[in-house]
Each structure stands twice: as structure tokens, then as C-alpha cells.
Design a protein around this ligand. Structure first.
Ligand code: SAH
Length: 199
């Protein structure tokens, strides 16, 4: 992990998750019309998934703790002529936003947190996702060999983290694409989870 998230977006080499386009798993969801309504891209980085949702007509918001990433995301939105809201903020305290969303996207964020912060994170997501709303989350899977990159997550860990107040709609094997500037592989085994906030 970088010393600070801002550092990850400041060096000469792009961080491993920075592939300059959305993850194919999220493009497929967008193609199915599932990134709709008020969409929050939690830990949005430079905003590819926020902008994917915005381009498909969603009212899209991206939040990231790195001011540098948010600056880059805003520049991309302007360059592409897309309307999206980007704010620096802590996704462990999303309730502070005072906003409610229909859909939350998490691309490679859940897997950065410690066990303790996972609990805070899931409560934070629950505080902004409307009852009946859905979270789509992609994380490194325990089927990914080695230990380069982020924590591996098992299906059981996902089910445990999203317990009370949530219903797991599906967990599917997926691929998480990677920029090879720092890691020695171009894609990793991942889980794509669709998780509903109980009404
Ligand atoms: N979703 C983006 C970035 C994934 S990398 C993408 O797919 O490209 C993980 C991201 O989580 C980084 O951008 C990092 O700055 C952000 N992050 C980590 N902890 C955070 C926190 N507590 N609040 C907000 N963002 C956080």
C-alpha cells in the first residue's frame, strides 16, 4: 500500500488499479442498465466508474480521500463534458455527506480496509444507501495466488461483513484488471458481489 493515498496518485508510475478505463465488470453492469439513479462511487479514485455511470445518465457522485485523485477526476469529467460530482471525503463516514443513493459502486475499496474498518465501512454504506438500494462491489478474491497487491477476500468474509440489514443477491467470480507498471500481472481473480440493503 502507498504511504498515503495521495502519494499513489502523485508518483511517475500509475498505481496498479489505475487502468485508464472502467473495470469490464462495471461496464457490463452499466450495459444492463444497473448503474442508474443516484449513484455513489465509493473510493472513486480518478473517477472512471463515476464517469461511466454519468455517461449512462445516472446522477453520479464520486468520493475519495485523496484530494489529488479528486482533482484528476474533475479534470477528466470536464475533458469528457460529463456532469458528475466529485468530493474529497472519508468513505468510513459517508453519513456526513447528508445524501442518499439508490446504488453504490465499490471498485477495489472494500479490500483495502482492516477487519475493524470493514465494520465501520459497511455501516457507513448503510447510512447513505436507501432501503432496497443495491451495492456492487468488486474485490480481490482468495483464489488469487500470492500476496502481491491488496488483501484477498473470501466469499464467507463478504457474507460476514454484510450481515444484519443486508441481503447478498449474488457473488460471482470476476476479473479485476490491473495496470502492470507496479505488479507483475495484468489481471487478478476477484469477486463481484451484488448486495441489497434490506427494505
Ligand atoms: N475505485 C477506484 C480506486 C480503487 S483504489 C478505481 O477502481 O480505480 C482504492 C481507493 O480507495 C483509492 O483511490 C483510495 O484513495 C481510496 N480510499 C482508501 N481509503 C479511503 C477512505 N477512508 N475514504 C475514501 N477513500 C478511500
Amino acid at each position: 500500500m502507498p504511504r498515503s493515498w495521495d502519494d499513489a496518485y502523485t508518483g511517475d508510475r500509475a498505481p496498479p488499479w489505475e487502468i485508464g478505463r472502467p473495470q469490464p465488470a462495471f461496464v457490463r453492469l452499466a450495459d444492463q442498465g444497473l448503474l442508474a439513479g443516484r449513484v455513489l462511487d465509493s473510493g472513486c479514485g480518478t473517477g472512471e466508474h463515476t464517469l461511466l455511470a454519468a455517461a449512462r445518465g445516472a446522477e453520479a457522485t464520486g468520493i475519495d480521500v485523496s484530494a489529488r485523485a479528486i482533482e484528476l477526476a474533475r479534470a477528466k469529467a470536464a475533458g469528457r463534458g460529463l456532469a458528475a460530482r466529485f468530493e474529497t471525503g472519508d468513505v468510513l463516514r459517508l453519513g456526513d455527506l447528508g445524501l442518499t443513493f439508490d446504488t453504490v459502486i465499490d471498485s477495489g475499496v472494500f479490500h483495502v480496509f482492516s477487519d475493524e474498518d470493514r465494520i465501520r465501512y459497511v455501516a457507513s454504506l448503510a447510512s447513505v444507501l436507501r432501503p432496497g438500494g443495491r451495492c456492487y462491489l468488486i474485490c480481490f478474491s482468495d483464489r488469487q495466488p500470492g500476496d502481491a497487491g491488496p488483501r484477498r477476500v473470501s466469499q464467507d468474509e463478504l457474507r460476514a461483513a454484510f450481515g444484519d440489514g443486508w441481503a447478498i443477491a449474488s457473488i460471482e467470480a470476476e476479473t479485476f484488471e490491473i495496470n502492470r507498471a507496479m505488479l507483475d500481472f495484468a489481471s487478478a481473480q476477484a469477486w463481484l458481489a451484488a448486495i441489497d440493503r434490506r427494505a
